[in-house]
Design a protein around this ligand. Structure first.
Ligand SMILES: CCC(=O)Oc1c(C)cccc1C(=O)O
Ligand SMILES: [Ca+2]
Ligand SMILES: [Zn+2]
Length: 316
């Protein structure tokens, strides 16, 4: 559909200039694009106290230049993540049916978090020590929007092994969209410390995550236990995905890498066709084997590498 796209620009959280689609109404410009699915809209939740008041106020500007870096990045990165799933996986928004993508920035007070709350994405500003505004990282935006896709597909329950898979799937696609590395959150984590990240898929133990099933961390299925350690135990599946893409030898098991693109196709197919709400790590292994078999054949290197990647992290 030939939509007349208006282009806005601004500087993101890191001061980098970027452009994005905007709308123009009653003499003002808005962070609202209509050319992608049901639209991409970005709001300022600065005065919001209660969740019921979300999304807040749609971000506007007198000109088509926007000064709010957190809003610029939330909007521009939502476009990039939408385009990734549409162009690479043929998926039209997180529900596959063009659902509008809504984001709110400046949520909470110095909030060191980002989330998908079932209807929209929300980003804190961080406290300037642990995080800078969290929409400033493309892999964070990819991670959050993937939570929405997971909810609409496998709907992996957010606790214990299915919860760790939920987290890992979001890290996998966060890394695939932010295609330069296997780190998560490096652009917004610890602004005063360079060279570190929130998580590493290539080396989970660098940030105290397990990289083998024998090191699975048993935590209580409570908020204080991070619902059975969903953010720590994701390291096991993250390592498997990294090995599948890049190859390597892990705990004596050799894996022949098949590359990022094929790895992404296998996980997308596993997520949308074979994983279910209570899938375990063992189910993940079988789902990835099935997806790789569909895509590349049972005797393919890709299938063999999936088996070896999961054996390398102790998942059978
Ligand atoms: C990589 C993005 C990420 O992990 O966001 C979260 C943060 C920063 C804190 C708590 C939860 C999450 C999440 O989305 O799981
Ligand atoms: Ca990254
Ligand atoms: Zn998450």
């Amino acid at each position: 559909n030939t939509v007349h796209q208006l282009t806005g620009s601004g500087r993101g959280v890191l001061g980098d200039r970027k452009t994005f689609e905007v709308d123009h109404k009653y003499g003002k410009y808005y962070l609202k694009g209509t050319s992608r699915g049901g639209g991409i809209k970005t709001y300022n939740a600065y005065h919001v106290i209660y969740e019921s008041q979300l999304p807040g106020t749609m971000v506007s500007s007198k000109t088509n230049y926007f000064l709010d870096g957190a809003a610029v990045d939330a909007h521009a990165y939502a476009e990039k993540v939408y385009d990734y799933f549409k162009n690479v996986h043929g998926r039209n928004s997180y529900d596959g049916n063009g659902a509008p993508v809504i984001s709110s920035v400046h949520v909470g007070r110095n909030w060191n978090n980002a989330a998908w709350i079932g209807t929209q994405m929300v980003y804190g500003d961080g406290d300037g020590i642990v995080f800078r505004p969290l929409s400033g990282a493309l892999d964070v935006v990819g991670h959050e929007l993937t939570h929405a896709i997971t909810e609409k597909t496998a709907n992996l329950e957010y606790h214990n092994e299915s919860g760790a898979l939920n987290e890992s799937i979001s890290d996998i696609f966060g890394a695939m969209v932010d295609s330069g590395d296997w780190l998560l959150g490096e652009d917004v984590y610890t602004p005063k410390q360079s060279g570190d990240a929130f998580r590493s898929m290539s080396n989970p133990t660098q940030y105290d995550q397990p990289d083998h099933y024998s090191r699975y961390v048993r935590l209580p299925d409570t908020p204080d236990g991070d619902y059975g350690g969903v953010h720590i135990n994701s390291g096991i599946n993250n390592k498997a995905a990294y090995l599948l893409a890049e190859g390597g030898t892990h705990y004596g098991v050799n894996v022949t890498g098949i590359g990022r693109a094929k790895t992404a196709k296998i996980y997308y197919r596993a997520l949308t066709l074979y994983l279910t709400s209570r899938s375990t790590f063992a189910d993940m292994r079988q789902a990835a084997i099935k997806a790789a078999t569909d895509l590349y054949g049972s005797a393919s290197q890709e299938v063999q590498s999936v088996k070896n990647a999961y054996s390398a992290v102790g998942v059978y």
